[in-house]
Design a protein. Structure first.
Length: 342
């Protein structure tokens, strides 16, 4: 098969790769229905997160089970499944309290920008839908594999409650779906921080009540102004830079909550400043597996449509253009179809 391989900064190639196969009896092989480019893929793409060798890319996936190992009991060939970017057994003590992305036996799932994918620990990682969904639902179901699950975790970690005021730092796909998550959880006021008209428009559609275009200290001042000098009850940090983290901390009211899900790069915190800020800080790799059953139901019931975050659709063979478009901010998120069609 052919799939996406990153060779170095801004060097993604669509080339021949080995077909995945069952390696352990707890594995499954799935035929990808759709894949995509993640904002976190841009860190190695830009050379900020160096790679040591050519690396198959992609960690967001959904599709049809082709084959399972003898030990797999919860899914079977022919079922449509969605899984997390971290494989988990879903039985260890950490999984049992809902943090499957820190499973004692976790494995990173990679190489999903391809027609087929091997998923380890299939019983604990994959969740099947009751029926094979219609084509128009595929893009929204795909988001649950990471970007929607991560936005939901950001809102959950930030303790978003009905009637609360929420600020979202970051207008990429995760930030936008953080807005959608906060709305679904009942937030009364949602302040989206964005400088880009198309992203502001989608944020409004997802439930944002206010848009703040300023950044840094000016952005903090604007949020304080909108909240009568108090700060937001909950702040979702969805970028992963020093500026975004400080903006999140300084925008949160004393006693408030920050859910941080942007993969940190160059972030360091002043312990004394954090101590006197009196905020709750909770984040990390999203435990997507915890949320999959609930989020699948919300999509299938028509309550949420996170697939709207995809604003560029390409055949998998044009994956390099998908990366370029996101890198140049010509696209929020690129949707890829292995067969080249919708």
């Amino acid at each position: 098969m052919r799939g996406a391989v990153l060779y170095g900064p801004r060097d993604v190639r669509f080339e021949q790769r080995d077909d995945p196969k069952i390696v352990k009896q707890t594995d499954a092989v799935i035929r990808i229905s759709s894949a995509c480019v993640c904002g976190s893929d841009l860190w190695p793409y830009r050379g900020i997160q160096p790679i040591e060798q050519p690396t198959p890319m992609g960690h967001e996936y959904c599709g049809i089970v082709e084959e399972v190992g003898r030990a797999v009991k919860s899914v079977k060939p022919g079922q449509f499944v969605i899984g997390s970017f971290f494989a988990s057994d879903n039985t260890c003590p950490t999984c049992q309290i809902g943090y499957q992305s820190s499973c004692e036996h976790r494995e990173l799932v990679g190489g999903a920008q391809a027609p087929f994918l091997r998923v380890p620990l299939a019983d604990g990682t994959l969740v099947a839908t009751r029926d094979v969904p219609s084509q128009d639902l595929i893009s929204s179901l795909l988001t649950l594999s990471d970007v929607m699950g991560t936005g939901w975790f950001a809102a959950d970690a930030a303790s978003v409650k009905p009637g609360s005021t929420v600020a979202v730092v970051g207008d990429g796909a995760v930030g936008l779906l953080g807005v959608l998550s906060a709305k679904q959880m009942g937030a009364e006021r949602i302040i989206a921080m964005s400088r880009h008209t198309s992203r502001q428009r989608l944020a409004r559609e997802f439930g944002a009540t206010d848009i703040v275009t300023e950044r840094g200290d000016e952005g903090v001042a604007r949020i304080k102004e909108l909240t009568k000098g108090i700060g937001a009850d909950s702040v979702l940090e969805c970028v992963g830079t020093q500026e975004s983290m400080m903006q999140a901390i300084n925008s949160t009211r004393p006693g408030g909550y920050i859910g941080y899900v942007g993969v940190p790069h160059g972030v360091s915190l002043d312990g004394e400043q954090l101590f006197f800020s009196h905020v709750h800080l909770h984040g990390g790799p999203a435990p997507v597996r915890r949320y999959l059953p609930e989020l699948i139901k919300l999509v299938l019931d028509g309550k949420i449509n996170p697939g709207k975050v995809f604003d560029l659709t390409l055949p998998l063979g044009q994956v390099a253009e998908g990366y370029r478009a996101m890198d140049e901010r010509r696209a929020i998120k690129t949707l890829l179809f292995p067969n080249g069609t919708k």
